[in-house]
Design a binder for this molecule. Structure first.
Ligand code: UD1
Ligand code: UDP
Length: 379
């Protein structure tokens, strides 16, 4: 019997976390031959290689090395290079995850060459087309043959766009599969020790920001930092900063908001203030996430991880494509207005946490369900 050849695609940070459990599961079954293509959308050590190490992802078979650029430049460059790969390898399936430019570019190539596409994390919608990821989501879902969804609302979104039910599979959340597997290892990560938090003696908050709508907009970025500065008078805020964000801090001259910039060697943080650190590897980040009193973010994945962990999360956006994290989880949408951020944060810190439950199928078995469906349908 010939093997089912799958090309798995990754490009940007959240992709690595999603592909890890899928590749592990695919590898267990000899019906599949699995290959990994990295587009090179993210390339810094701390945005890419660290995750391969932490999550035991095999080295990519091919790295397209596209790097950064405008949306069209990046998407087109990935397409030109990925087309050659698909022609050379002739796979039965291209498997894409999430909503980044690499996800769209590789889906377009596969669709044009008549290769089946599996989209993991399909059907999420923010209904905000000014968000580049929303365009990617809608287009990828319209091209995919297998749409694997993380929450029930996604099915309605897809059906409204005319996607037949027969293509949609409710399987759960692969990002939570990874969290399940590595939670214990994260407990041994060194970051808390490096920052002087190992004794758990004082509470801290964790912050991530990288959406262009927040960090490329001077006024909004200022408003957010101004609110956080106020909150940081009550507890220190640790801010692993994405390269886009780090660049914008320089461009806008916002260094004044920070009380320190720590290298990966670390340093003890104080009981007040905002502390910038480099982007963290998965285990270090998860260790900080789990211990945080409150999390401020505009990330998609972090809204899900905090929901699973039951850590209060304030999402600094007006909308979310992951409504289940608000309806069932520990997430609250607070937007970007200073007073609202401060008021909601102090409500949480004063003990006004909302009730939450873990969404259905966020149980560490999503990848297993996906691989079993693919085997059944492609054999
Ligand atoms: C991308 C995704 C976003 C995802 C995020 C995860 C798209 C449209 N956006 O946004 O959905 O949430 O990744 O982190 O695909 N840079 C570096 N080193 C790197 C990577 C990027 O310095 O390794 C800098 C470059 O200046 C680059 C900028 O960050 O221009 C933005 O990178 P890019 O991949 O275009 O978008 P992200 O903001 O990372
Ligand atoms: N993450 C990490 N280190 C960091 C920041 C985030 O390991 O310094 C992880 C986080 O736990 C989650 C994923 O990266 O698993 C989310 O990626 P990101 O916020 O870049 O993208 P998004 O989910 O918004 O697309």
């Amino acid at each position: 019997m010939s093997q089912i050849k799958i090309i798995n695609v990754v490009g940007a940070r959240p992709n690595f976390i999603k592909i890890a459990p899928l590749m592990e599961e695919i590898k267990k079954d000899k019906s599949f031959k699995s290959l990994l293509v990295h587009t090179g959308q993210h390339y810094d050590l701390a945005m890419s290689k660290l995750f391969f190490k932490d999550l035991e992802i095999p080295e990519p078979d091919i790295n397209l090395g596209v790097g950064s650029g405008s949306h069209s430049y990046q998407t087109a460059k990935i397409m030109m290079k990925f087309e050659k790969v698909v022609n050379l390898l002739n796979p039965s399936l291209v498997l894409v995850v999430g909503d980044v430019n690499s996800t769209l570019a590789c889906s377009l190539v596969a669709a044009k060459l008549g290769v089946k596409i599996a989209h993991v994390e399909a059907g999420l919608r923010s209904f905000d087309r000014s968000m580049p990821e929303e365009i990617n989501r809608v287009l990828v879902d319209s091209l995919a043959d297998f749409l694997f969804i993380t929450e029930r609302d996604a099915r309605d979104n897809l059906k409204k766009e005319g996607i037949p039910s027969s293509k949609i599979y409710f399987v759960g959340n692969v990002m939570i599969d990874t969290l399940f597997k590595y939670r214990r290892d994260a407990g041994k990560a060194l970051i808390k020790k490096k920052l002087g938090l190992e004794s758990n003696s004082f509470p801290y908050a964790l912050l991530t920001l990288h959406r262009p709508s927040n960090v490329d907009d001077r006024f909004k970025f200022y408003e957010i930092l101004d609110a956080l500065k106020k909150i940081s008078e009550s507890l220190p805020i640790i801010f692993p900063s994405h390269p886009r964000t780090k660049k914008q801090i320089q461009v806008f001259g916002f260094q004044k908001f920070f009380d320190g910039y720590f290298s990966s060697r670390g340093n003890r943080i104080g009981k007040k203030g905002i502390y910038l650190v480099s982007p963290l590897g998965y285990l270090n980040f998860l260790s900080l996430l789990e211990g945080a009193k409150i999390v401020f973010t505009d990330s998609g994945g972090i809204q899900e991880e905090t929901t699973f962990l039951g850590v209060p999360c304030l999402t600094l956006r007006e909308n979310t494509e992951r409504p289940i994290t608000v309806n069932e989880g520990s997430n609250q949408l607070v937007g970007t207005e200073k007073e609202k951020i401060i008021k909601t944060a102090f409500k949480v810190l004063d003990g006004g946490e909302k009730r939450f439950r873990i969404p259905k199928f966020w149980d560490g078995k999503a990848s297993r369900r996906i691989v079993s469906i693919l085997k059944d349908k492609l054999s």
